[in-house]
Ligand binder design. Structure first.
Ligand code: IMP
Ligand code: MG
Length: 182
């Protein structure tokens, strides 16, 4: 079993590049079917989704546009810590089909904030595509339209996902080795 160390933590291989590629193709083919003729705008949420988005968009064959957004870091004091802004959006969303592209949905709070912001910009339709989903951690009620792989509630790195800024460049996904696995 391959392991990597990121900062002080050890991780073991969990989902290899081949399995990721299959999941990416699967999401792309569903999007190709559903989005034909809608000229969707894909909004890639940086930083984590950069690798998924690059691979996904190579498999998307319909007419579309791609743009990149980021949620600002938490602003202000602890009491206002849920106030986050969507930055980098130059496109007019009015009356458009938007597909948000995320690396992972964990509690779902981040995506919830993003959806709210996009609704305010009067997008016609907001769809969600995520490579990874942790159903046991999910606390929200919105529907997730495209899920690559469902995973247990463990911390992972690789394929765009980081631990304190590191590990994003790993082509495979690694899962934290908890003390009781050792
Ligand atoms: P949520 O708001 O709890 O759904 O978390 C969303 C964000 O937290 C993701 O976009 C990731 O940036 C980060 N995140 C959640 N789970 C993991 C993980 O297992 N590894 C690395 N980052 C994660
Ligand atoms: Mg993310």
């Amino acid at each position: 079993m391959r392991t990597v160390k990121v900062h002080e933590l050890e991780f073991s291989e969990f989902i290899d590049a081949e399995e990721i590629a299959k999941a990416v193709k699967n999401v792309a083919s569903r999007i190709n079917k559903d989005m034909e003729g809608k000229n969707p705008l894909f909004l890639v949420v940086l930083n984590g989704a950069f690798m998924f988005a690059a691979d996904l968009m190579k498999e998307v064959t319909i007419s579309c546009e791609i743009s990149f957004v980021k949620l600002s870091s938490y602003i202000g004091t602890r009491t206002t810590s849920t106030v986050r802004e969507l930055i980098g959006l130059d496109e007019v969303l009015h009356d458009r089909t938007v597909v948000i592209v995320e690396d992972i949905i964990d509690t779902g709070i981040t995506m919830g904030v993003t959806i709210e912001k996009l609704r305010k910009l009067e997008a016609k339709e907001v769809k969600i595509a995520t490579l990874l989903f942790k159903p046991d951690a999910f606390q929200m009620h919105y529907e997730i339209d495209y899920i690559g792989i469902k995973i247990p509630n463990d911390f992972i790195v690789g394929y765009g996902l980081d631990y304190n800024g590191h590990g994003r460049n790993l082509p495979d996904i690694y899962k934290i080795i908890s003390p009781d696995d050792k």
